[in-house]
Design a protein around this ligand. Structure first.
Ligand code: 9MR
Length: 483
């Protein structure tokens, strides 16, 4: 489905002015971009991430966790019981798990195996419950030495420049020490930065070596919200960023042939619905269906990035951003030949209209056939649980009927809350094992679901999963609550 390219209307004020300047520069620099020419192999026009049985995965989950960033041991706040609760209360099958370069490689060329084992323990907590784990090499504002998180101090070159704390935190990206650290990393100033990038790629390869045989892992997110320092827009994305990604992909493939490699565009611009200059990347596994590169952009419409809710005139601006975001994401995914996962979206659930917004993004993800990881699972005002782990108003909104795995190529799926009906249609394909699994939350399906469409169904009340068994051909199933 095509949507008109939107031109966001900008907010004013100090933050707005900075953002406006960057955005205007990007708009001029990027311009309209045509769709790539990868063939569509499903009705939704892009490829799917599949499980070991060949079923298309509809990935639904949260990021775990922001608390990782400042934790001395680099571990998120969770214990195993929190993972169990999340699965029980939300039925998630996906988690974006944050890693920190500073923990993987605490001194140059030395990898911390204890840290990787601690990560592996948490990956097991998720894997045991059917979650697919995306290991995310996270950074914000480069690293702790310049007020952010991610990079180790030894890899942070500031040339004596400093970074002051800012509010909102994103403005830290233009603090002198942070810009210089990125410029040193990308090789824009003061030497070519090759060593730092080599270390970064080496750290990613080490993570992949550790998890290559781990079936709970779905893949690696190569860099969170890349920032070009003083080089922005397509010059950054099709230059140093694309080169780093290609080097990382090539290096990871020497130790791990199978897991997916998730790439993000530069956050600035793309998060709001502007085009990205990220080019197609090569997977040494091969072209077409052999390649396993996924596209994982973040979604933070600008008015909301600046603290606005989903109400009044802001709502219309956000809606235009969403349309533009979807349009650009689909174009880029076709160019990359990649499935789409919304790597992050989220907001303070107390903002006016916040729940309507979350519902709208989930519907958009369903229509796009995209996975998502809501930001984040840290107890508090953005999460489905508050500081005391009591449900917030977000929990019932995220606890939504959806297929988790589809036995073939998904054509469409949609939850109609008014009619209390979940429809799922797909084309059965040869070689796929297992049935289509649909999760039916107790709040909507207290006594399970009734499937109309001819497929044999079996219901597991504990996991609340209805499994539909079907063969080749096109299937269309409508599931309504049992009387
Ligand atoms: O929500 C996070 C906030 O508490 C931190 O101060 C900030 C800086 O580390 O990061 C926020 O999380 C961001 C994530 O790391 C990257 N994408 C946007 C998220 C929300 O701002």
């Amino acid at each position: 489905m095509k949507s008109p390219a939107a031109r966001p209307t900008w907010v004013t004020g100090a933050v707005g002015a900075v953002v406006l300047a960057v955005a205007a520069a990007l708009l001029v620099a990027v311009g309209p971009r045509g769709a790539g020419a990868a063939p569509a192999d499903t009705a939704s026009g892009h490829r799917w991430i599949t499980d070991r049985q060949g079923r298309a995965l509809v990935l639904r989950g949260l990021s775990t966790a922001s608390s990782t960033k400042g934790a001395p041991d680099g571990m998120p706040w969770i214990e195993e019981k929190d993972v169990a609760r999340e699965r029980r209360e939300l039925g998630t099958n996906f988690v974006r798990f944050l890693l920190q370069w500073r923990k993987v490689e605490p001194s140059p060329g030395t990898y911390d195996r204890t840290y990787l084992r601690q990560v592996a323990e948490r990956v097991r907590w998720y894997g045991k419950r059917g979650h697919h784990v995306l290991l995310d090499m996270h950074q914000d504002l480069y690293g702790p030495r310049v007020g952010g998180n991610g990079a180790p101090a030894w890899a942070t070159g500031t040339d004596g420049l400093t970074s002051a704390p800012t509010d909102p935190w994103e403005l830290g990206y233009v603090e002198p020490g942070t810009v210089r650290a990125f410029d040193r990393f990308w090789g824009t100033v003061e030497g070519d930065g090759r060593d730092l990038r080599k270390h970064y790629v080496g750290a990613l390869r080490e993570v992949a070596r550790h998890f290559a045989a781990d079936d709970a892992v779905i893949g690696y997110d190569l860099m969170n919200e890349p920032w070009g320092g003083s080089v922005q827009g397509p010059a950054f994305e099709s230059g140093p960023l694309a080169r780093l990604y290609q080097d990382a992909i090539d290096a990871i493939r020497t130790v791990d042939r199978d897991h997916w490699l998730f790439v993000e565009p530069s956050a600035i611009g793309s998060n709001w619905g502007f085009a990205t200059g990220l080019p197609r990347l090569d997977d040494p596994r091969g072209d077409g269906d052999a390649a396993r590169i996924a596209y994982a952009p973040h979604l933070y419409p600008l008015p909301m990035d600046l603290g606005g809710g989903y109400t009044g005139s802001t709502k219309a601006q956000v809606d235009r951003s969403l349309r533009a975001w979807r349009d650009q994401t689909e174009k880029t995914a076709r160019r990359l030949g990649a499935p789409v996962v919304i790597g992050e979206f989220g907001l303070d659930v107390g903002l006016p209209g916040a729940m309507e917004y979350v519902e709208k993004v989930q519907r958009m993800a369903d229509d796009m056939g995209a996975g998502f990881a809501y930001w984040s699972n840290d107890p508090g005002t953005w999460a489905p649980w508050d500081a005391k782990l009591r449900p917030t108003r977000l929990l019932p909104v995220l606890d939504r009927p959806a297929p988790l795995a589809v036995a073939g190529d998904p054509v469409a799926y949609r939850w109609d809350a008014k009619r209390k009906a979940l429809t799922v249609s797909w084309r059965g394909t040869e070689g796929v094992r297992g049935g289509t699994e649909v999760r039916l939350p107790a709040r909507h399906f207290p006594r399970g679901g009734r499937a109309q469409g001819g497929e044999a169904a079996s219901w597991d009340p504990k996991s609340r999963i209805l499994t539909l068994t079907s063969g080749p051909g096109t299937h269309s199933v409508r599931i309504t609550p049992h009387a």
